[in-house]
Design a protein around this ligand. Sequence first.
Ligand SMILES: [Zn+2]
Length: 227
Amino acid sequence: MEDRAIFPGASTIIKVRTIDDRKRSYADLPPKLLGGSLCLDYVNTVEWRGDPEDPMDRLTSYPELPRWAAAVGTMSGAEARRLERDARNRPGAAAAMLRDAVALREALARLLTRTEFRQIEDLAVVNGMLARAPARAQIVEEEPGFAWRYGRGGDAMEQPLWPVLWDAADLLTSDRLDRVRRCGDKRCGWLFLDLSRNRSRRWCAMETCGNRAKARRHYARHKADDD
Ligand SMILES: [Zn+2]
């Protein structure tokens, strides 16, 4: 699978995982938003992306898309529930949309990291979906700030992806692209925007990946002392 080849190389730590982990829905367990840009958080809907054996995709069915969008705040809960109902009425369209959503995510993962594993069609995948999306027609007041109002057009089922597409297009064409990093834990593989002044952020989160690395170094040092 090409997405496993994006970030080759994994550490040797064995992780413990229960069956229930596999069933986690964004309805019950909201996404961790560590990317610093919407499109990076979207790429991070795969956990353990860098694990060649066992990446965990949280977009397991179409309804996870509007649930994710509601959790990140690009869609209201009511809109998300309406899309879930639509998906039940149009199962074929929902399945196709999920495939497109995953294809978009993997294309973005490669484009945003400018990996050597880039595929020739990656940009076409993004541009095809951008062309189907409505225009960002107007800015309207929406407490506590402002929001885009969409123009006409586009398949409503694709709506959770529109803000992701726009954010990705903005990031890809900005000098912040230079700041896109992959977590220092190769198995984690999450992407984030390094906005630190000296460009030194190494981990998606210090509390998880950073601390695991610290514990590994600690263990290795003490093991060396014992030998
Ligand atoms: Zn990480």
